[in-house]
Ligand binder design. Structure first.
Ligand code: PNW
Length: 473
């Protein structure tokens, strides 16, 4: 696009959804209400040093008690869709019997959204596994996948066809490798190749639940959300760096894409990880006959979460790949088993408060690349953490507004290049509990004052509302 084109407003494609996203544990609070039992995050928040400042999701944005006003706010901002997750320990406390009182909350939420003309998009698993299931082995136990099917069906029974899109998992890469390999996320286990085992069982959970939901004869769309990295070799002429980029792409992206959408693990990743053991045996022994067929279900939509790209080098930097202090001070390990000598290289790009690089063209490349899987794509998360303050009732978050405009522009570039992208969900509607970083990191387009629970739309939200109204960027 030349400079003159850039000056002109760009239209959103017809029918393109413009919404925002949240997750249950990050916003709901009310952790003891109506029969909910602890999840792995309630427990992990009590581990010393796990979370910055010892924050927990006990209250969070108190969204559980504020659904009517929060949905009214979405409506005022002109959002036409809302991606939220359901808390498994509300629906099946301790992973056991169905709890109608927990389901009632989501019935009310969906009622409220539909009354305001907002399309609901459900994520079944955004990381809040019932602690009782973790006590039985969590995602290292194959049985957790079967429990997930029971939970998915109970939730579908309650809100079913009123929700046009159902996704099974949010970012299984995080659940598996931050939960079981690096230990930065709940349950905080640091067991090397365990992340690969967890990834396999998570994908099995997706496959079996998708098959079961499909068998209901649903008219809703079914899918999954993955988080991607765009890994480039720091030096494209270095064989070590090119190989490092291949390995990170393999473990982060293709490990999930290929089984879920094509029915096979990528052979290079299998070869790279062949010698890694779990419980005294090769990790690949957990892959049983028929599993890849179960994992490879027909899906209708792929959710794409993108935050940043990275340049990687395979030349050892001398830090040895050992543990380093996590956000709360507790040591965390590399999230890439077998890649301990690979590191990222600073390219001097701007970064957000998370230290994540701002690289919008990476999103264009990613979407164009993902088009090869032949599915409609939605950007289910994209956003930036910046620290911002309310001054006289306004939040002038210039950097977030610029991030948002650049990334929406990158999506339109991908559409121009032939990618079938159907929507965009800004992460996040509200400032919220940012996992191991606690409340310090603010991703919201709406500011939350945690002392008073007052919501203040930031300038980025006002800009987003304008885009939603004019349908032009
Ligand atoms: C995603 N990483 O998490 C999640 O889906 C959200 O719940 C979260 O709030 C948001 O992005 C911002 O962090 C990620 O270390 C957490 O690569 C960590 C990573 C990626 C995504």
């Amino acid at each position: 696009r030349n400079l003159r084109d850039r000056a002109r407003p760009r239209e959103l494609p017809d029918g393109f959804w413009l919404g925002s996203a949240t997750a249950s544990y990050q916003i709901e609070g009310a952790v003891d209400a109506d029969g909910r039992t602890p999840s792995i995050w309630d427990r992990f928040c009590r581990v010393p040093g796990a979370i910055a400042h010892g924050d927990t999701g006990d209250v969070a944005c108190d969204h559980y008690r504020r659904v009517p006003t929060d949905v009214a706010l979405m409506h005022e901002l002109g959002l036409d869709s809302y991606r939220f997750s359901v808390a498994w320990p509300r629906v099946r406390p301790d992973g056991g019997a169905v709890n109608q009182a927990g389901l009632d909350f989501y019935r009310r939420l969906v009622d409220e959204l539909l009354d305001h003309g907002i399309h609901p998009w459900v994520t079944l698993y955004h990381w809040d596994l019932p602690q009782a299931l973790e006590d039985a082995g969590g995602w290292l136990n194959r049985d957790t996948a079967h429990r997930f099917v029971d939970y998915a069906l109970a939730t579908y029974d309650a809100i079913g066809d009123r929700v046009p899109v159902w996704t099974t998992l949010n970012e299984p890469w995080c659940s598996a490798f931050l939960g079981y390999t690096s230990g930065e996320h709940a349950p905080g286990r640091q067991e090397g190749a365990a992340g690969l085992v967890a990834a396999h069982h998570l994908m099995l959970a997706h496959g079996q639940a998708t098959e079961a939901l499909r068998a209901t004869g649903t008219s809703s769309q079914l899918g999954v959300t993955l988080n991607f990295t765009v890994a480039d070799p720091a030096d494209p002429d270095s064989a070590a760096d090119v190989d490092a980029a291949r390995r990170i792409d393999g473990l982060h992206n293709r490990l999930f894409l290929e089984p879920l959408l094509r029915g096979a693990y990528p052979s290079d990743v299998l070869a790279d990880t062949e010698a890694l053991t779990f419980g005294g045996r090769g990790w690949q022994e957990v892959i049983r006959e028929g599993d890849l067929v179960a994992i490879h279900q027909e899906v209708d939509v792929l959710g794409v979460n993108y935050y940043q790209g990275e340049a990687v080098t395979g030349t050892p930097t001398g830090d040895g790949g050992g543990p380093h202090p996590g956000p709360g001070g507790r040591p965390v390990f590399s999230a890439f088993p077998g890649c301990e000598s690979i590191s990222t290289v600073d390219r001097g790009l701007p970064t957000t408060d998370m230290g994540w690089t701002v690289q919008p063209e990476g999103l264009t490349r990613l979407l164009v690349r993902l088009q090869q899987y032949g599915l409609p794509l939605h950007v289910t998360e994209n956003g930036a953490a910046y620290d911002d303050d309310v001054v006289e009732g306004r939040v002038h978050d210039r950097e977030r507004t610029a991030y948002l405009e650049a990334h929406l522009g990158a999506v339109l570039d991908a559409v121009d290049a032939g990618a079938d992208v159907r929507g965009f969900f800004y992460w996040s509607l509200l400032d919220n509990f940012e996992w191991a970083h606690g409340y310090r990191r603010r991703f919201g387009m709406v500011h939350v004052d945690y002392a008073t629970q007052v919501r203040t739309p930031k300038d980025s939200a006002l800009r987003y509302a304008e885009i939603a109204r004019s349908r032009k960027l």
